[in-house]
Every structure is written in structure tokens, then in C-alpha cells.
Write a protein that binds this ligand. Structure first.
Ligand SMILES: *Cc1c(COP(=O)(O)O)cnc(C)c1O
Length: 388
């Protein structure tokens, strides 16, 4: 099966002849599937993870998306969820039991850590390390069941050496999972580097239009079947067929959009490098020359970056952000629209310092408005800052 990513995003996994030649697949907006005989019904029920019985199981529209995502990641199977958190929680619920330990590597998405803290009441333990692999090895316990990585992270965009992590884990019989939302499978295929599971928030670049929330997990058949049975069907974070069709539409232009996000982001970074008010810029492209594994595991860089305003706290950050006109203020990222966000709140500067985050940290998601427009927008905000 030698399909290019572009072919997978466009035609792969769809059977036009089954749908009167429709190039856009129908939305099977149905909760259940009826059978001709009771025998056929009971046969199908034996394997609800494979047969069309109930949409909190398998649905033909969602299945098209699952086939595409599985092959994009070069995995055997994919399961889609109602959100990225639905996908992440399904991994934890399906694979962990009381007494297990989870090791988080690199800056992990906040709600993922909150969920793990909640699981502490069921005697599931966790610890966190940054992207230093020596520290990671030291933090492994005899009870470590899962190593869960985010690379690049989504605040400081730090990158983890995926092949090394996968090898260290495999030698010890530990399952590896990565949140691959930042890169999407277009720019990074962690299963090919030896990871067991790749998880996505489809809400970001893959959906791409900021009109849908979704998630996915990709891995080998055995793991995905376990996750489908316990984490999907019983947890019930089901992606609706309509939302699946929106994400299939988003996927069609993903390679195209990412090229543009990358190009515009690199231009914005070049511009930011000349700003005296900035002490640091965070984006994996800036480290690719010094860390050879970055070029080995990543084919490109998406449009999420952050930078630090020198000696800034809440007031300077809000002054700067309030002057932006094209960048919208809000959570999330990876959509067509450029967004700005910052972790600082009034009074939390000290706490941020403790977490290793500068209070002047500002995160930008570079959308599709064009680099010149975005640079102009940033420039007038920098000018306003130096006037005040
Ligand atoms: C947004 C996000 C999630 C959660 O996805 P939802 O679709 O919002 O549930 C998980 N990981 C990362 C890195 C994210 O940015």
C-alpha cells in the first residue's frame, strides 16, 4: 500500500461506487443499523468493534476518517473520538490499572495532567520529566506501564528524541504513546520511530477550520481493539458522523494548509528575530540545526510558536495582546485564523516562574491570513508597546 499522504487525504479509503459515484461521502447520520434476520444480527453483535451495529461502535462515515488517519500514521488501525481528551482518556482507561505508574515526558497538555491527577484516586501514579532522556530513564519505576510524550510541546515547543524513547521503553516492556497534535502525521509519523500509540486532537490542524472538536488514537490492531472495547464503547466519547465528515473535508487540504502555515510561520519568526523587546523565540525550526534527531523525525514545522517579552508581566503582555487586530484572543490553535494566547494571569507570575515559564511568554498560532498581514499586525503592537 504505497499511497502518498496527499492521496490518503484526498481519495484513499473511500468507495465512490458504493455511493452512486458521490465524491463526497454520505453522512451516515444514524444511531443504529437494522438487520434482515435475527441470525445476522446476533452474528454481527459478536464483534461490535468491526460490524455496523450501533454508532457508539462503528459508523461508515467515521470509518472513512479512521482508515485515512491510520494509514497517514502508517498504523494498523485508528479509532476516532468526540475530542482529543476523549481519545487521551480512552488510552488511560483502557490500558491502566491500580498500582500502575505513568511517566510524562516534556511539557504535557494541562488537562491531560489534570486527568491523571484525578486517576490518582484509583491508585494510578504519575511523574513528569522534561525532554532530558537521562532524567527519563531515572524516573522509570518497576510499575511504569506507560510513557506518554508530547513532542513538540505546545508551550515551549521543545522536541523529544522519539527513537531513543521508543527503544528505552521497548527494552523494558513499557507502552509508549505520543500526543502528535503539533506536527500532524504529515510532518511526523511516530509509529515509524517505534512508538506504540499516536494520539491527536483533530480539533487543531487536522480539522483546521475551527468548526469541530474531535480526537483520534492510532496504533496496532491489538491495542486499538482494546481501546475500542473499553475506552471507546464503554467510555462513550463518540465522534458524531457529521463531525467526522467535517474532519474528512478538513483532511483534504491538510498537506496544502500545513505548507502555508509553515512558510508564514518561518517568515514571522524571521521578523520576530529583529525585535529588541523579545528575549527568546520558541519553535523547533530554531533548534533543527543543533539537534539532529529533529530533522530525522520531523519533515516540517507547523505554525505554533511562542516568544518571551523581556521583563514583562501581566500588564505588558495584555497591552501587547490588546493592540493586535488580526490575531484573535482565544484558546486552541491550528485553525485558519491566527490566534494569540498567554499563560500569564494577574498575580500568577511567580507560579509561572516556578514552572519554568516566563511571565512574558506569548503564544501565536499562525493562521492563513498571509505573513505580511500578520507581521504588520505585530509591528503596530510592538510600536504601541514602546510608546506606552
Ligand atoms: C487541544 C489539545 C488537546 C485536547 O484536544 P481537545 O480536542 O480539545 O479535547 C490535547 N493535546 C494537545 C496538545 C492539544 O493542543
Amino acid at each position: 500500500m504505497n499511497f502518498s499522504d496527499e492521496e490518503i487525504c484526498t481519495h484513499f479509503g473511500e468507495s465512490y461506487h458504493e455511493h452512486h459515484g458521490a465524491v463526497s461521502p454520505p453522512v451516515y447520520q444514524t444511531s443504529l443499523f437494522a438487520f434482515d434476520s435475527f441470525e445476522a444480527f446476533t452474528e454481527a453483535q459478536k464483534k461490535e468493534q468491526e460490524n455496523y451495529v450501533y454508532t457508539r461502535g462503528v459508523n461508515p462515515t467515521t470509518e472513512i476518517l479512521e482508515r485515512k488517519l491510520a494509514l497517514l500514521e502508517r498504523g494498523e488501525k485508528c479509532k476516532c473520538f468526540a475530542s482529543g481528551m476523549g481519545a487521551i482518556s480512552s488510552i488511560f482507561f483502557s490500558l491502566l490499572k491500580s498500582g500502575d505508574h505513568v511517566l510524562f515526558v516534556n511539557n504535557i497538555y494541562g488537562p491531560t495532567i489534570q486527568l491523571m491527577e484525578h486517576l490518582n484516586r484509583f491508585s494510578i501514579d504519575y511523574s513528569s520529566v522534561d525532554n532530558n532522556l537521562e532524567e527519563m530513564v531515572k524516573a522509570i519505576k518497576p510499575t511504569t506501564k506507560l510513557i506518554y510524550v508530547e513532542s513538540p510541546g505546545t508551550m515551549l515547543m521543545k522536541v523529544v528524541d522519539l527513537q531513543q524513547v521508543a527503544q528505552i521503553a521497548r527494552e523494558r516492556g513499557i507502552v509508549t504513546a505520543i500526543d502528535n497534535t503539533w506536527s500532524t502525521p504529515i510532518f511526523q509519523k511516530p509509529l515509524m520511530d517505534g512508538f506504540d500509540l499516536s494520539v491527536h486532537s483533530l480539533t487543531k490542524y487536522i480539522g483546521g477550520h475551527s468548526d469541530v472538536v474531535g480526537g483520534a488514537v492510532i496504533g496496532n490492531e491489538e491495542l486499538i481493539d482494546t481501546i475500542s472495547r473499553y475506552g471507546f464503547q464503554l467510555n462513550g466519547a463518540v465522534l458524531s458522523p457529521h463531525d467526522a465528515s467535517l474532519i474528512i473535508r478538513g483532511l483534504r487540504t491538510l498537506p496544502l494548509r500545513l505548507k502555508q502555515h509553515q512558510q508564514h510561520c518561518l517568515k514571522v519568526i524571521e521578523y520576530l528575530k529583529g525585535k529588541k523587546a523579545i528575549s527568546r523565540i520558541h519553535h523547533p525550526s530554531l533548534e533543527a540545526d543543533t539537534k539532529s534527531y529533529i530533522n530525522k523525525q520531523m519533515k516540517g514545522f507547523s505554525g505554533l510558536l511562542s516568544f518571551e517579552l523581556k521583563q514583562a508581566g501581566f500588564d505588558q503582555v495584555s497591552q501587547f495582546i490588546n493592540h493586535l487586530r488580526v490575531f484573535k484572543i482565544g484558546v486552541s490553535w491550528g485553525g485558519f485564523e491566527s490566534l494569540v494566547n498567554a499563560p500569564v494571569k494577574r498575580g500568577n507570575e511567580e507560579e509561572l516562574n516556578k514552572q519554568g515559564l516566563s511571565p512574558g511568554l506569548i503564544r501565536l498560532s499562525i493562521g492563513l491570513e498571509g505573513a505580511d498581514v500578520l507581521i504588520e499586525d505585530l509591528e503596530q503592537a510592538f510600536q504601541a508597546l514602546s510608546c506606552e
